[in-house]
Design a protein around this ligand. Structure first.
Ligand code: BGC
Length: 737
């Protein structure tokens, strides 16, 4: 024993912090297997046999803090889950109420802990911009840990909806346009949250991100092959990483509302994929089946949703009111109800809720915004910064610069809407950009600040003249602009993707001063930046960096950090180009036809302004000598692809080495490029390193119109480089055996 303690103590001294957290406070939640899983099924049998019809229905009822919440429903066994509780003492009251119920079944406590709880990390799209899965996992871990410390057991994340339409306001919650990157991110976030102690909800099943015209909640029309190749892979990745629950989407998929889609929820998810957890509806989406036009009343909506495979009714009250009757009347078999209840109880047992101690409200505050969490928040914010343009090496701000004007209310955090702390668990500390810059610039450089807008949204001017005056008197202008307030998130679709409000007018006035302008963007989506690209000296893109967001921006602007973020979702040149994404199919048009008959726009280029995978650095990276370890590979084999990557710049930096494939001849038309691997590598100035990818070629196939997986033998081209326009190429032949 003493030896073990000594070993543990020595480990503390040498182990990295993440390991220590894991070893000494392991709250990891995961599916149990073998005997443990079998024992849980027996406990569920025993419990189910004791439950009344009302208690069973109660397990499927998810209600939330706020008006209409009735804690007595917990005491009488009529509520299985709660949401939106963030104050630890209130969470404790919920837990006590469950103990007062007849069968003492714990209530599962859920929350949208999307990109932070007390410490905030960049928006998920900003996390995806890091192309650093380990870091993304850590951000989810700390989000989970803080939420867990406040009594949350279940997060409504990750959202893994593929998004190719920046008009949609929720692109900020996902990982962008590519199924491979999104799958890697989905797995990382699922692992992170569950290691932090909360069960995940992979959402929104399925196709929500394909809303027509990017209008939130709009119908989606997705062919079977595309569903399998594009929209389903991140869900599969999250389930394979152990996600315990899923959320159905609001939208109709090919004419069938996702909340009543038995083909997806039952045949595919439970049948083909073997998912054992539960599925919750989205907020009130069961009753919305009436509005979709597939149920005449709530009773029918409840019946259709349950029979399709929705286990929990989020904020609808529809199961609570109608499911009992539907069962009694024989319209819903008791067996179907029991199965749904079993799935909810199963998750509760696997989470250990029956054994878990109640939350200790007194202990919670000390676990928020720890230095370790903030370190991760800073690193994630730094690595998520994407340098889109840097003419004449405007950045980093040169030593000779004596005055910097910071313009735009977004530069100061108190103007930003998302950062109020609901739980009263300690004030969020966020540095403002002017102060962060001042700290990092030489002592003789001055930093002036003018908000220019009345609030961060930038819809109305405060003192435009003052902003222009200060800007004109400085050596460099840093304009922090973008989208905030009502311009981002759910229900915030836009048809105009310019800077909101008066911000474009402001930017033009700043350009007119003739001083170099660095445009720092905090947006919720890729905006149309064509005007800025043509007029602004440097563009720095962030997707709301969180607690440490502005510190990270100051680090990049001053050169303390070499930017390494990469575009997760193509930036269009104009709204008319949308959707614009890199993995297009060939159009079939010959390369040289009369211009009139090419697949082009008369008034716009085809290519994105900033393509997927793109991002500049203060270093310049070189690629040479791409090679494969074998010229032909059998279908169940692997191929190793290598390339020499060099840092030809004078600063240490990080490059995201990307590998794309193309199969030029196959049984179906295949995209011109498909991302299949990437690695973020740190390279010292002057260093060259061989980067190797070992690829399992079985994952190079696609799906046909029936959803069958097809892998065709033949030649595969491989492209290696620092964006989806990668040009170093090599090939191999895939053989049948
Ligand atoms: C959103 C979900 C979210 C839920 C609960 C819904 O409107 O679509 O993503 O988890 O609200 O807040």
């Amino acid at each position: 024993m003493i030896l073990r303690l000594l070993a543990a103590f020595l480990l503390c001294l040498v182990a990295p912090r993440a390991f220590i957290d894991n070893a000494f406070a392991d709250d990891t939640v995961a599916w149990k297997t073998g005997r443990e899983a079998a024992a849980i099924e027996r406990r569920i049998d025993v419990l189910l046999a004791k439950m009344t019809l009302e208690e069973k229905v109660g397990q499927l009822h998810l209600s939330g803090r706020g008006d209409g919440f009735d804690i007595n429903q917990i005491k009488t066994g009529r509520m299985g889950g709660v949401m939106n509780f963030v104050v630890p003492s209130e969470v404790l009251a919920v837990q006590h109420a469950a103990r007062e119920s007849r069968l003492k079944i714990p209530v599962i406590i859920g929350l949208d802990a999307v990109h932070g709880f007390s410490t905030y990390f960049p928006l998920p799209l900003g996390q995806a911009s890091t192309w650093n899965p380990k870091l993304i996992e850590e951000a989810a871990y700390w989000t989970g840990r803080e939420a867990r410390a406040a009594g949350i057991q279940w997060t409504f994340a990750p959202m893994v909806d593929i998004s190719r339409d920046p008009r949609w306001g929720r692109v900020l919650e996902g990982a962008g346009e590519d199924p491979y990157l999104a799958s890697v991110v989905a797995a990382a976030r699922t692992h992170g949250y569950q290691r932090g102690g909360v069960a995940t909800t992979v959402k929104h099943f399925v196709g929500y991100g394909a809303a027509e015209a990017g209008r939130d909640y709009n119908s989606t029309w997705i062919p079977t092959s595309q569903l399998h190749d594009l929209y389903l892979p991140p869900f599969k990745a999250s389930f394979e990483a152990g996600s315990m629950t899923a959320m159905a989407a609001f939208n109709a998929l090919n004419g069938m509302p996702a909340t009543a889609h038995r083909g997806m929820l039952t045949d595919l998810l439970r049948g083909k994929w073997g998912f054992k957890g539960f599925v919750t509806s989205d907020f009130g989406s069961i009753t919305e089946l009436r509005l979709h036009g597939i149920a005449k009343d709530d009773a029918e909506a409840a019946r259709k949703a349950l029979l399709a495979g929705i286990d929990m009714d989020m904020m609808g009250d529809v199961y609570l009111k109608h499911l009992g009757n539907e069962v009694t009347a024989g319209r819903v078999p008791m067996k179907a109800l029991n199965e749904a209840v079993r799935r909810v109880l199963r998750v509760k047992f696997h989470l250990g809720l029956f054994e878990r101690a109640d939350i200790d409200p007194a202990a919670a505050p000390a676990l928020m915004q720890t230095q370790a969490a903030r370190d991760v928040a800073l690193k994630a914010a730094q690595e998520g910064v994407i340098l889109l343009k840097n003419a004449n090496e405007t950045l980093p701000i040169a030593a000779g610069v004596k005055s910097v004007a910071v313009i735009g209310a977004m530069a100061r955090p108190e103007d930003e809407r998302v950062w109020t702390d609901p739980a009263g668990l300690g004030r969020r500390i966020i540095q403002a950009l002017p102060e962060a810059l001042k700290e990092r610039l030489p002592a003789d450089a001055s930093v002036a600040y003018e908000p220019a807008f009345t609030k961060a949204c930038g819809t109305e001017f405060a003192d435009k003249a003052a902003a222009v005056r200060i800007a004109a008197a400085s050596d460099v202008i840093v304009a922090m602009l973008g989208e905030d307030c009502e311009f981002m998130g759910e229900g915030a679709s836009r048809t105009n993707l310019g800077l909101p409000g008066v911000q474009q007018e402001l930017l033009e006035a700043l350009i007119a001063t003739g001083k170099p302008v660095v445009l720092v963007l905090a947006t919720a989506r890729p905006l149309v930046l064509s005007w800025a690209e043509a007029h602004v000296a440097a563009i720095v893109q962030t997707f709301h960096g969180g607690t440490e967001g502005r510190t990270a921006i100051a680090d990049v602007l001053t050169g303390k950090v070499n930017p390494s973020g990469r575009v997760p979702m193509s930036f269009p040149r104009s709204v008319g180009q949308i959707p614009v994404y890199y993995d297009q199919l060939p159009t079939g048009r010959p390369e040289k036809v009369r211009q009139r008959y090419e697949s082009i726009f008369m008034d716009e280029k085809n290519e994105a302004l900033y393509p997927f995978g793109y991002g500049l650095s203060y270093s310049r990276f070189t690629y040479a000598n791409p090679r494969v370890d074998r010229a032909s590979v059998p279908m169940n084999g692997t191929v190793e692809v290598s390339v020499d990557v060099g840092n030809a710049g004078s600063r240490d930096g990080q490059e995201v080495v990307q590998l794309y494939i193309r199969q030029p001849v196959a049984s179906r038309s295949r995209p011109l490029r498909e991302l299949k691997a990437f690695e973020k590598v740190a390279l010292r100035a002057g260093e060259t390193r061989t980067v190797r990818f070992k690829l399992d070629v079985a994952r190079f196939g696609i799906h046909d119109d029936e959803g069958r997986y097809v892998l065709d033998p033949g030649s595969f081209e491989i492209y290696l480089g620092g964006s989806s326009r990668a040009s170093e190429t090599v090939s191999f032949i895939l053989t049948k055996s």
